[in-house]
Design a protein around this ligand. Structure first.
Ligand code: GUN
Length: 282
């Protein structure tokens, strides 16, 4: 068997077209959606991600402000910038790119973002909304993964979904989203003794552990759906958390890296920013 590819680029174009239409409607009403992006330090992957986000904004008519700060910025100074954007009526979304330097507590910074402008969905108010099934902003990467599962018409109810990784950004919210759609969910992480025993029972695996080629074909149930969130820079180049070649031979569906989850993450950020502008301005 060779798995069918889930084309994140193609799917993200459909989301972007929808976003561009909503942006045009807002602009016709005299409102331009605005996103403030705060980037601290020199993390090269963060610079690449942020550049992609800013470019995507431009392409759909969202105004973006990229504010770069030296790694030595104090937590107080960064909090002051976040608070200034909270007050700025032209800004509808605020994104602080993670990771932050060790002397800055990410939770303190995220807590300072107005929940109404938290288009990353990281604020505890939005995290709580997701947990309780209440309206709020959902984190972009897991939301993008759900859109991909929906786009292939996959019924989650009654299925066993396994999430690799327990981060606040992907693993935990992903598990909640799958659970809320009726899947039986298992989360594996660093301390799980043998993840293959678990993943071989999975109808769906979302790999978000941040470990190159963690999930191999021999750990996958034939026909399973494999969503690869990983973006690992190795000597052999960029690779996901899934060993693509061996996994593709066993899985029913699989996302590539690059060209899978990444473009959908960006598309969901645009969608959240436009939603925020609609909620604040209309
Ligand atoms: N770092 C890695 N992924 C993300 C993301 O989705 N948002 C932010 N703010 N930082 C990240």
């Amino acid at each position: 068997m060779t798995a069918e590819l889930i084309d994140g680029v193609q799917m993200s174009l459909a989301v972007r077209a929808e976003v561009a239409q909503r942006t045009a409607a807002l602009r016709a009403a005299g409102i331009q959606p605005g996103l403030a992006v705060l980037l601290v330090g020199e993390d090269s992957a963060s610079h690449v991600y942020v550049r992609k986000k800013v470019k995507a904004c431009e392409e759909v008519g969202v105004r973006s402000i990229l504010e770069q700060h030296d790694a030595s910025i104090s937590e107080e100074a960064l909090l002051a910038r976040v608070k200034a954007f909270n007050q700025d009526e032209a800004i509808h979304g605020i994104l602080v790119q993670l990771p932050l330097p060790a002397h800055i507590d990410p939770q303190t910074v995220i807590k300072a973002i107005s929940p109404a402008k938290d288009v990353d969905g990281f604020h505890i108010v939005n995290a709580g909304a997701l947990l309780t099934g209440t309206e709020g902003f959902s984190p972009c990467t897991p939301t993008g993964c759900m859109r991909m599962l929906d786009a292939i018409g996959y019924e989650l109810r009654g299925k066993h979904a396994v999430v690799l990784g327990r981060s606040n950004i992907v693993g935990k919210p992903m598990a909640i989203m799958l659970l809320s759609r009726g899947a039986t969910v298992t989360i594996c992480h660093r301390a799980t003794p043998d993840i293959g025993v678990v993943t071989r029972q999975a109808d769906i695996v979302v790999a978000a552990a941040g470990k190159a080629r963690l999930l191999r074909g021999d750990m996958i149930k034939p026909g399973a759906v494999i969503i690869d969130v990983g973006m690992n820079r190795t000597e052999a180049g960029l690779c996901g958390d899934v060993d693509f070649e061996s996994a593709k031979a066993v899985a029913g569906w699989i996302t590539p890296v690059p060209g899978g989850v990444g473009p959908m993450t960006i598309a969901m950020l645009l969608a959240n920013t436009v939603t925020s502008a609609e909620q604040i301005a209309l």
